[in-house]
Design a protein around this ligand. Sequence first.
Ligand SMILES: *Cc1c(COP(=O)(O)O)cnc(C)c1O
Length: 399
Amino acid sequence: MRLKLSQRVLGLEASPTLAITSRAKELKKKGHDIVSFTAGEPDFDTPSHIKEAAIRAINEGHTKYTPVGGIDELKEAIIERYRKDHSLEYSKEEILVSCGGKHSFYNLCQALLDQGDEVIVPAPYWVSYPPMVRLAGGVPRIVSTDEKDGFKISPEELENAITEKTKAIVINSPSNPTGAVYSHEELKALVEIAVERGVLVISDEIYDKLVYGEVESVCAAGVCEGARENTIVLNGVSKSYSMTGWRIGYALGPKELIDAMMRIQSQSTSNPTSISQWASVAAISGSQQCVEEMKREFKKRRDIMVDGLNSIEGISCIRPHGAFYVFANVSALFGRRYNDRVINSSVEFASFLLDTVEVCVVPGAGFGDDRFVRLSFACSEEDIKKGVERIREAVGLLR
Ligand SMILES: *Cc1c(COP(=O)(O)O)cnc(C)c1O
């Protein structure tokens, strides 16, 4: 048999960042002392009260199918949390629990998009948005934002990007990769336009708990009249509670859309893992002290990383207000060379760092901006200091 794959999967682009991270892993395995700034997840252990809730769930026999869209106890915990944190009222029919925030977004695309429908995606964006939109037949309409605007899309830019095919806009605040956080006013201005133009707001708030005191994270569903009915909020436990492996995400939005997403889920994964759902109840309704501790640590590391990078000639970055990434501008180094090697892109800069000083960063190309590299501070303070000094040394080699 000659295997012929679908056009759908053939059209899925390979991640340009994968090559570098897998090379770094390879070197590490061979014993090289690699400093890696590539982590897309907190480096902390899942808090023990959450793990205990999972063990209890197993012992109590919560090991069977649950309702497709999640257990009532978890939906109630989510409802309570949105009431308390954002003064928003949701009912159980307006919530769908899925196998991670990524799965929530995937279900949404499948339930919402027809061939040719456009989704506005501000760049820099999370690498997974465009492929998931395309897998559903949609067309990601990338709108570049600028560092001087704090990597935020303006109302005018949104207005100009809307066509008669526009179905939705993705807002990710706090953002991966830039750490940008939209203020209430900024978000309101965008959501008002979306409401007026009948464009759904997809608000990915997976990092909403991880902000560092300069600004608050705002839920897009509560910013103005009509916002709640016009917004689907995506969230999950992966980042806030260091639970990436447990695979629990959730969506809050209009009942009709949630129901459609649930039908997609019912014919693909069915319910997310029963045990993880019970652990998530403990995470969301238990003490939030663990989040505070993680935040304190992240903030300290962020400042060391930002100050260190900004003290290197040719590299600059703005201080991210949320998430755990620094998006550093390295374009001032473009055109410089080391031996017969010329640096002209984020990928070339990242491979240069790996080859010369064994530091691994993620090229910005995969996030839609080739002038930058992403550095995660979900690693030890010691690694941050060591890695930054190595980068300084590498940049010093460039002529
Ligand atoms: C990590 C992440 C998610 C969701 O991750 P899951 O592990 O699938 O819950 C969603 N959006 C962004 C921007 C992320 O960085």
